[in-house]
Design a protein around this ligand. Sequence first.
Ligand code: B12
Ligand code: SF4
Length: 447
Amino acid sequence: MQSHWAPPGLDSTMNPVYPLGLVYLGTAISGRHTVRILDLCMAENPWKDLSDTVREYEPGVVGISIRNADSFGYSDIAPSDCSPTSFCLNNLGRTLEVISETGFSGKIVVGGQAFSMFPDQIMEHSDLVDFGVFLEGEHTFSELLDNLDEPSSVKGLYYRSGGEVHFTGRRTPADLAETRPPDRSLLPSGSYVSSPEGIGIQSKRGCILSCSYCIYPYLSGSQLRLREPVEVVEEMQDLARQNIECVHFVDPVFNIPQGHAEAICRELIERKVSIKWIAWFHPRFLNREFIRLCEDAGCVKFELSPDAYGQAGLDAMKKQLTTAEIRESLKLARNLKSSTITYNFLINHPGETVFSFIRKLLFCIRIKLVLHRRARIELLNHIRIFPGTEVHKQAIQEGIIQSSTNMLPVCLKNMKPLFYKKSKSVNAMYTILMQILKFKNAITHGI
Ligand code: B12
Ligand code: SF4
């Protein structure tokens, strides 16, 4: 089950996304077990739906996917203390309560990215959680179902024994060739088609880069595990047959390795698959021919995350990117036929100075002047500090947080200090910028 995580419609970050991880998980156990997937993010009345489903279906095991730590964006701008932010621990508490009230007597298993980022805290939160699956779930969950009475033999698992939580140790990430492609009939994509984020599809797991703030290599490994391009395209072809218009590659970076991305594009073109797609790209590996190939294969949005503009910031965050390469990406983007490009930049990151902040703003203006509506810029994001990243260690050394700081808060007050904001001068400039934007907004909306 995908845990309910936010009041629907109250926050722009809440566009529902197809729970691909759950579908992979269901696929891994289907055939040997009866599977039913419930996405509480799509429910009008989530707690009632949960209660009704458990009563009706009487499962032996309930699996809860905890994807997001909270519903907050990466910026600390908008929310006031009464904004509708929700926190995964609060939602988990309510979820467990509702399940208990049905008289459920089976086992409860949690997993998902937020669980893997905060396993100890989540296990300690409530002893109603029997097991926690760390990182990828296909093999661990599957083995657990066969060994519910002997969990210590299952790698990658948190379990309880003698009143304490134990961890069986990390499991080596599986070869994707050993992982069955997602059987989407377990959760038809139909209700998600209106999501602007498209339906998720995965062509690889892992990222070989190690940007200092990023949690992806921790979550999906720092070695690449690739799916066969033909298999990926067959999945896209199936989705196209079901009238899915747009898919979103959930890969950390689509164009590393470039040959794999090219093979997918060529296969899509050869089979004349009519489906639009979105992906994240690394600017270093873009060139004119590759961009054309992607567009011909259906790419409608190129997402770039240069994050910094200026070499000191790029190096401080280990971006493996140069300012010249970012500028080059803009030149290349002039040739986009019909697709759009998104530039994501962070603010007040390691290595940021007032000078780099101003340069970044000017570059963003330049992007808009050159590309107009074909470009979208995400500029107001701060680094959210997550354990398991280099920035977490750096922030402790720099006194931004303490090693004892609780990184999984349950209220906004405790959440606000968890963003990396070192330079006071940049912060002051950022505040001025926010005031200008608010003023501009007020004028535009006549308030
Ligand atoms: C792609 C992606 C997106 C895309 C989704 C596109 C789409 N159409 O699917 C977009 C851009 C829309 C997006 C949005 C957001 N995202 Co996002 N996203 C990702 C990304 C890169 C991949 C997710 C994915 O699909 N993985 C592939 C599937 C197959 O793997 P999986 O979900 O991890 O599932 C496996 C395991 O987790 C486990 N598992 C999962 N559930 C369960 C349940 C049980 C019971 C068990 C046993 C195991 C298990 O088994 C699965 C199979 O191995 C991850 C980063 C990452 N590397 O994981 C961030 C990530 C999941 N996102 C994150 C966040 C925060 C968000 C947003 C809240 C951002 C925002 N403020 O707007 C929104 C929320 C959207 C929503 N409604 O939930 C965080 C979540 C954790 C956290 N920090 O809170 C991550 C980890 C990134 C980060 N920087 O921290 N996201
Ligand atoms: S930010 Fe992107 S390129 Fe850098 S480590 Fe994370 S996923 Fe990889």
